[in-house]
Design a protein around this ligand. Structure first.
Ligand code: SF4
Length: 155
């Protein structure tokens, strides 16, 4: 039986600096990566990805990805789709917050209470998606594609 590469999920956060919801994406992605699902996830740096980081783009082309955007402009989802392929799943913090009646997320450097609650909700949503994705079997085509692809540059 051949050794198959370990399957991991790439998380691409918009990390928008101008809006507090962008901060929420970055903090939630880091929480999943370091605390909740370490070893099962990697983060992909969106600016490097957009600037042409081949390792990150290749990873996102052949591995499942979840984009997490702060607002409906969906910079991470659109960039991923444009340069790699449609993300496996996507989360938009402003929509998640609205669905949970969370208002007035504020504080780019230090999130207010609503912002911290949004980080919790987003982390929970990302974790569920990671588990769902890893529970599904990859298709034969993606296994063939995964094998020769370098993942250098993906963190
Ligand atoms: S999705 Fe919204 S919050 Fe994120 S970088 Fe784009 S404009 Fe900023």
């Amino acid at each position: 039986m051949p050794d198959l590469p370990e399957r991991k999920v790439g998380i691409i956060a918009c990390s928008g600096e101008e809006l507090a919801v962008g901060t929420v994406t970055r903090l939630a992605a880091l929480k999943v990566l370091h605390e909740v699902r370490p070893g099962k996830t990697v983060t992909i740096c969106l600016p490097l990805f957009l600037a042409g980081g081949e390792g990150d783009r290749a990873f996102a082309r052949f591995h499942p990805t979840i984009t997490v955007d702060g607002c409906e402009l969906r910079c991470a989802a659109r960039g991923t789709e444009m340069y790699s392929g449609k993300p496996t799943a996507s989360v938009v913090v402003s929509e998640l917050a609205a669905k949970n009646s969370l208002e007035h997320i504020d504080g780019r450097r230090r999130l207010n209470e609503a912002g911290q609650k949004a980080v919790e909700l987003t982390t929970e949503r990302l974790t569920n998606l990671v588990d769902q994705i890893l529970a599904t079997k990859p298709s034969a085509e993606s296994l063939i594609s995964i094998t020769p692809v370098p993942v250098k540059g993906a963190r």
